[in-house]
Design a protein around this ligand. Structure first.
Ligand code: ZN
Length: 182
């Protein structure tokens, strides 16, 4: 009869590659430098709160907000996840093509610049850009040329932009270059 061996996991043994005593300690040590502002680099730091499904109203009220400082937990024993994010401010671009219609979404500040080029085949197709935040613009774009459309709103925080392109000509491709700040 083979003897069944029971393995004891002691403090020095590995659990998923880490010594057992280190598992779960990583988040606690991260906390110590949370209040440090990054001054030399241009990175911008913000925090978001991610409440559990059964979290209280105070915690749920913090969902979806970008905090410039690490937020205080509303009550002891709060188990919500608080995440730190960083990004480099600057201009971002999205490049693509559309035939027919297409939606492009991104998060950015209040100024969006869209350059459209008609790369064929219609000579003067109508093109409509519908934005979720700054109205609709519609123009004709001659074959081989390009035009710039500006969409602006007043905001000092990041917002979600939905840009809906429509090309009113068969078999015609429009190239777009969306530039926005974040
Ligand atoms: Zn909470």
């Amino acid at each position: 009869m083979a003897q069944k061996s029971v393995q004891h996991i002691g403090d020095d043994q590995l659990v998923y590659g880490l010594p057992k005593r280190m598992v779960g300690v990583v988040t606690a040590t991260e906390k110590s430098h949370s209040n440090k502002k990054l001054s030399s680099s241009e990175k911008v730091v913000f925090w978001t709160v991610h409440p559990k499904p059964k979290a209280c109203d105070a915690c749920k009220g913090m969902e979806g907000i970008k905090f410039e400082e690490e937020p205080e937990r509303p009550h002891p024993n709060c188990k919500c996840e608080i995440k730190k994010h960083e990004y480099k401010p600057g201009t971002r671009t999205i490049v693509g093509t559309v035939s027919g219609s297409k939606n492009v979404s991104f998060a950015g500040l209040g100024y969006v610049d869209i350059e459209l080029s008609n790369i064929g085949v219609a000579l003067l197709p109508g093109v409509r850009i519908t934005s979720n935040l700054a109205g609709i613009q519609e123009r004709h774009i001659p074959l081989g040329s390009s035009q710039v459309f500006d969409f602006n709103i007043l905001t000092d925080t990041h917002v979600k932009w939905d840009i809906w392109f429509e090309v009113f000509a068969e078999n015609t491709t429009i190239k777009y270059i969306i530039s926005y700040k974040m």
